[in-house]
Structure formats: structure tokens, C-alpha cells
Design a protein around this ligand. Structure first.
Ligand SMILES: [Zn+2]
Length: 379
């Protein structure tokens, strides 16, 4: 029985590997995450008549991506009104007509989704039968309210796929690089370490998990496995960097070529100090469990985090009035999942403050939305 189980797992693993679009991406291309998003968007265009009739997959402009997101949004609205008890009731009460959403400004007519509603009635957001759920994550995230979010197997693979694209953005290659995952388990109610480790596994990248808060333990792992990229919470990496300095160890000798800070805002001051200590670029990453953990990451230009364009529509709103703010203005980040079937979230309030950049990046990405200056909302 054990052998059959191992064989089945190996087959599943191979099928999953073949499905990963990110495996085909070259980490030396200007922006692997944008390229990954375009592949996904093109696949969507080929499958949907409305998208096919509106967009030419071979020449996509920023305006076209906006059209793509609006069409996907209408699709999600229709889908959620039909299958999610929460949205069904809400949209019926508010008389929401998905076809009335023709431009981004029309989004204001769609009610925001509060994290409290998700915490209170998680299964009211479900659009599939419980037997189709492959994994549930619980998170308190930035709001300190425990929420439960479900994903299908297919969606988990999509998440892993986007994580690999994000790691390639950070310069991870399939050969020669090892990612050291440093999330302390005490804070990791949302298991980012396991998702990252699975992503590396499927992409043929090496990774190692060390959840110790002890600097010497982390350094010993780096030396043992030849770590080249490290990822962890911003506060832990900052503290580790300072401890390394105090221990009299020369970080330059450890061969770290990139650092990724996530889960918490990283101030310019912290980033500068970390980069000075290690002598390499430190990239910010942003994600929330409700959105599938990996939502945005900086490129080496470090000018705002590139959002996974295929999966999310991002808005910045005035947290008090709910009014949509133009790019460049600071407000609350609001996310809509565009391709999720298990538990789509529409205009979900993140309770994080940020600024939206809606113009091409110096790295060469011309289609992505970017977010910067992320901080916690002052409730
Ligand atoms: Zn960029």
C-alpha cells in the first residue's frame, strides 16, 4: 500500500510540475512575474468569448489589461452572485447588476467586503462543495481576527506557480541557488514556509526551512547548504542582520545574493541597514492569506511591488469614505480575486495602507500595477 501511495504521489508531483508555467520562465528576463501573468492572461483570452472578441493576445497594452480585469470582474460578480451565499444575499439586497460595471470608477457601486464578515461566516463565501476543498488556511493577518480561507487543488498549484515566478523575480535560478526560509513558526499561522518549500520543490529549486530565532543557527544552515537567497519577516531579518554584526561575522563571506522581506512593512531605514550589512539588494514582498499569500514583490529596481496582474484587481480607497483614489495617493488597499473559484473575494479590505503606481517600471515591465509605501492602517 505504501509503495502504491508513493507512486501516486510521484505521479501527482510530475503532473503538477508539468502544469507550472513558471518553470519555463528564465530568471534573467526583465520581469518573470509580469511574463507569467501575461501567459495566464493569454490562456484566459483563448478560453473566453468575451475576452477573445475584445482583446488581441499578441499585442496587449495597459488599457487592454484594464479591459481584461473589468471583464474578469464582471465574470466574478456573476459567479459569486450565483454560488456564494454571502454575495448572493448581499448583491440581491443591494441590487448589483454585474453588467453595469463598465469602467473602473463603477467599482464604487459594489460593496466592500470586510474581513470581519469573512471571519464570522467563512463558509458563506464558499462557491464549491466542501469535498472540493484541498486546503484551508487560517490567518489573523493584520486584522487580528481569525479567518478561514479555502482553496482547491488547482488553486494551490496556481499559487505555487505564482510563487515560483516571484522567486525568479528575486533572481532565484533552478541551478545553484538555495532559498533559506526563516519564518519563525510562532508567527506562521499561515504557513508561508510550507508553500515556499513546496514551490521550490516543484520548480526544481533548492530550499531549506530553519524556523529558529537564533542567529547562529541560521548562519550555520547558510554555511551548511550554501544558501544564496533568504526570506523571512521584515523584523526577523532586521534583527538577524544586527545580531550577525554583533557576533563579528562577516556576512559578505556567506554568499547571500538577495534578501526578501515579507509579512510586515519594511521601512526605508531598516532596508538601508540590512543592505549595508549584507551588501546585497533587499526586496519587499507583500501577500495575505486571504489572497493566496503571494500577491506582489519588488523587482531589483526596488520601486514598488509588482502585483500578480492575472489574478488581482487592486484599488486604493479612502478608508473613511470608500472613494477610489487615483494612483499616487495614499489609501487602503482593496483586492479582488479575478480567477479564484473556491472562495472568490470581491473588493476585500486589506486594512493595509499603500500607494498605487500605475505606470511602467524601469525594469521593463509595462503592464503591471505596482504598490508601494505599505503600512498598517491605524484603526
Ligand atoms: Zn520593476
Amino acid at each position: 500500500m505504501q509503495i502504491v501511495k508513493q507512486f501516486n504521489n510521484a505521479v501527482r508531483q510530475n503532473i503538477a510540475k508539468r502544469k507550472l508555467e513558471s518553470r519555463k520562465l528564465d530568471s534573467n528576463t526583465s520581469n518573470p512575474l509580469e511574463k507569467w501573468s501575461i501567459v495566464k492572461i493569454k490562456k484566459d483570452i483563448s478560453k473566453t468569448n468575451e475576452l477573445k472578441n475584445t482583446l488581441n493576445p499578441n499585442s496587449l497594452s495597459r488599457k487592454d489589461i484594464e479591459k481584461y480585469k473589468l471583464i474578469k470582474l464582471r465574470e466574478v460578480l456573476k459567479y459569486a452572485s450565483k454560488y456564494s451565499p454571502y454575495y448572493m444575499d448581499l448583491y440581491e439586497k443591494e441590487r448589483i447588476d454585474p453588467s453595469s460595471i463598465q469602467k473602473l470608477e463603477d467599482l464604487e457601486s459594489i460593496p466592500l467586503t470586510d474581513p470581519v464578515a469573512l471571519a464570522e461566516k467563512p463558509y458563506h463565501f464558499l462557491c464549491v462543495s466542501r469535498k472540493d476543498i484541498a486546503r484551508e488556511f487560517t490567518t489573523s493577518g493584520t486584522t487580528n481576527i481569525l479567518k478561514r480561507v479555502s482553496y482547491t487543488q488547482e488553486e494551490l498549484l496556481e499559487i505555487v506557480d505564482s510563487v515560483v515566478a516571484g522567486l525568479k523575480m528575486a533572481g532565484m535560478d533552478s541551478e545553484g541557488d538555495t532559498l533559506q526560509i526563516m519564518y519563525p513558526t510562532i508567527t506562521a499561522t499561515w504557513e508561508p514556509g510550507l508553500v515556499l518549500s513546496k514551490a521550490c520543490d516543484l520548480a526544481g529549486m533548492d530550499s531549506v526551512i530553519n524556523d529558529s530565532l537564533n542567529a547562529e543557527s541560521q548562519i550555520s544552515t547558510m554555511k551548511k547548504v550554501g544558501t544564496t537567497v533568504i526570506i523571512g519577516t521584515s523584523s526577523f531579518i532586521y534583527s538577524l542582520s544586527r545580531q550577525i554584526k554583533e557576533l563579528g561575522i562577516d556576512p559578505h563571506e556567506l554568499g547571500i545574493k538577495r534578501i526578501i522581506c515579507s509579512s510586515e512593512p519594511l521601512t526605508a531605514f531598516m532596508k538601508k541597514e540590512i543592505e549595508e550589512i549584507w551588501g546585497c539588494k533587499t526586496l519587499r514582498q507583500w501577500g495575505m492569506t486571504e489572497m493566496g499569500l503571494a500577491n506582489a514583490i519588488e523587482c531589483t529596481e526596488q520601486d514598488g511591488m509588482h502585483v500578480n496582474n492575472a489574478d488581482f484587481l487592486v484599488e486604493v480607497i479612502d478608508p473613511k469614505t470608500g472613494k477610489i483614489l487615483p494612483p499616487g495617493e495614499e489609501g487602503e488597499l482593496v483586492f479582488t480575486t479575478l480567477r479564484r473559484k473556491c472562495m472568490p473575494l470581491i473588493r476585500y479590505r486589506t486594512r493595509d495602507i499603500a500607494t498605487l503606481i500605475d505606470e511602467p517600471c524601469r525594469c521593463g515591465a509595462t503592464l503591471d500595477q505596482r504598490i508601494k509605501n505599505i503600512k498598517r492602517i491605524d484603526l
